[in-house]
Design a protein around this ligand. Structure first.
Ligand code: B12
Length: 388
């Protein structure tokens, strides 16, 4: 980044953090700018899903010797650029907007109602729910899944509003929908998608905060450790599986899905050609299709397990997860450790569908996602480990 900034004589450096880990790297980058004495020359604008205004405007602002600001979206980024350039060029009256996040004095935490944990510290999640029988044990690879099978699982609100930035209903109807139809046709006729899944069912038990995956002889094959809520129900992902001391065995589903690598090549070409609108649309659509494929496959797994008796009758209900069971992706609050993705990769061997885990625990191609599939009727998303 620094070499490019020097070479192109950049006025400002911008960095985007999508993963929690990238926030740590941003901090290191700022320290590097300090150490090289470059902080005064380079104001920094930071954004992205993993960052908060407080982290940038308090923690990072404190350590960086130059200007560092947070941009909630691209528009705030542009306003900051205008202000920074005004100051740099000495435009009369130009100044940076004040920091929005003021340091607030710490107040004592309000008294919390802490539910009494039982002797083992486990939550009250039921342990007498029926354990479904999987259609097979071990893993299966499925390739060549047609777009029409999972396109109906596309979360259009996430696509139009989150990815394409269309804010109002009219624009979505007059502009968004026709463009979406156009893209879906193109994806289909040009064969840009190569949807594939590797999934499996594994015998398992829980022990405290751990989920233990068993081998065919009932021995330990691998173990996941999940955070437990410190208050309230004291939920932990492990609680959704039969405890070891019950003497019974449970079943856990695992899956990795991808829409393939061809789509990444297509988006890269658009980017190279400066076709930004098309790039943004196709990239946004491709990542939402990866999510749609994961949803579609999760529904198939529920059917396979015979727990699909209470499925919601609308897609909105599906997106609100009003069905039995839950699909947890590593990195989300109930199972935050991205390092655990290596265990899933070990069990499922996703290289069989062309998916590889990088040293930074990212799946390549980018449009891929993994998950732990839980059948327990009480399983739903929750926060643990103090993260939001
Ligand atoms: C869509 C999505 C996906 C898609 C696509 C991801 C991608 N590569 O684009 C898919 C389904 C593939 C996916 C997968 C995963 N995801 Co995901 N995903 C999201 C989600 C829901 C939206 C991200 C997004 O595309 N937003 C739309 C874009 C346009 O917005 P944006 O990135 O925020 O950028 C805007 C602003 O922030 C700002 N901005 C951003 N950067 C900058 C920089 C500057 C300088 C400026 C001025 C502005 C600016 O401007 C942009 C436009 O307004 C987020 C949660 C969320 N609500 O943000 C999780 C999230 C990013 N994912 C997360 C996780 C954990 C994963 C997985 C690891 C899950 C898994 N185990 O499979 C995988 C990783 C995939 C891989 N290849 O390894 C976590 C990351 C947290 C962490 N632990 O690090 C998040 C934050 C969800 C969460 N709440 O925990 N994911």
């Amino acid at each position: 980044i620094l070499e490019a900034a020097e070479e192109h004589r950049a006025d400002v450096i911008g960095m985007s953090g999508l993963l929690v880990k990238s926030t740590v790297i941003m901090k290191e980058n700022l320290e590097e700018l300090n150490a090289r004495g470059m902080a005064a020359g380079y104001p920094v604008i930071l954004g992205g899903a993993a960052l908060t205004r407080a982290y940038v405007e308090q923690d990072l602002h404190e350590i960086y010797e130059g200007e560092v600001r947070y941009a909630r979206d691209a528009f705030e980024g542009l306003r900051l650029m205008d202000a920074l350039m005004g100051v740099k060029r000495g435009v009369p009256g130009a100044e940076l907007p004040p920091l929005k996040q003021r340091r607030v004095p710490l107040r004592p935490a309000p008294a919390l109602q802490v539910s009494e944990p039982d002797a083992t510290g486990r939550s009250d999640v039921a342990v007498d729910n029926p354990v479904p029988a999987p259609p097979f044990w071990g893993t299966r690879v499925i390739k060549g899944i047609g777009l029409k099978d999972y396109a109906s699982w596309l979360d259009e609100t996430a696509l139009f509003k989150g990815q394409w930035g269309l804010k109002d209903k009219d624009t979505i109807e007059t502009d968004g929908r026709p463009r979406l139809r156009g893209w879906l046709d193109r994806l289909h006729t040009e064969g840009m998608l190569e949807a594939a899944v590797v999934h499996g069912y594994f015998p398992c038990v829980s022990k405290g905060d751990d989920l233990i995956v068993l081998d065919e002889n009932g021995g330990e094959r691998t173990r996941f450790t999940f955070p437990r809520q410190q208050r309230g129900r004291r939920l932990c992902l492990a609680d959704f599986f039969r405890p070891e001391e019950s003497g019974e065995t449970d079943v856990v589903g695992l899956q990795v899905v991808t829409v393939g690598s061809r789509i990444g090549e297509a988006t890269a070409k658009l980017f190279e050609a400066n076709a930004y609108r098309e790039y943004m649309e196709l990239h946004g659509l491709s990542v939402q299709l990866a999510e749609a494929l994961a949803e579609y496959w999760h529904a198939r797994v529920r059917a396979d397990l015979g727990i699909d008796g209470s499925e919601p009758d609308s897609m909105d209900g599906m997106f609100r997860t009003e069905y039995q069971g839950c699909r947890y992706s590593l990195g989300y609050p109930a199972c935050p450790d991205l390092e655990d993705r290596a265990k899933i990769a070990d069990l499922l061997r996703p290289e069989r569908i062309g998916v590889h885990l990088s040293e930074e625990f990212q799946l390549h191609p980018e449009q891929s996602t993994d998950a732990i599939v839980v059948h327990h009727p009480e399983a739903s998303y929750f926060n643990a480990g103090g993260r939001t």
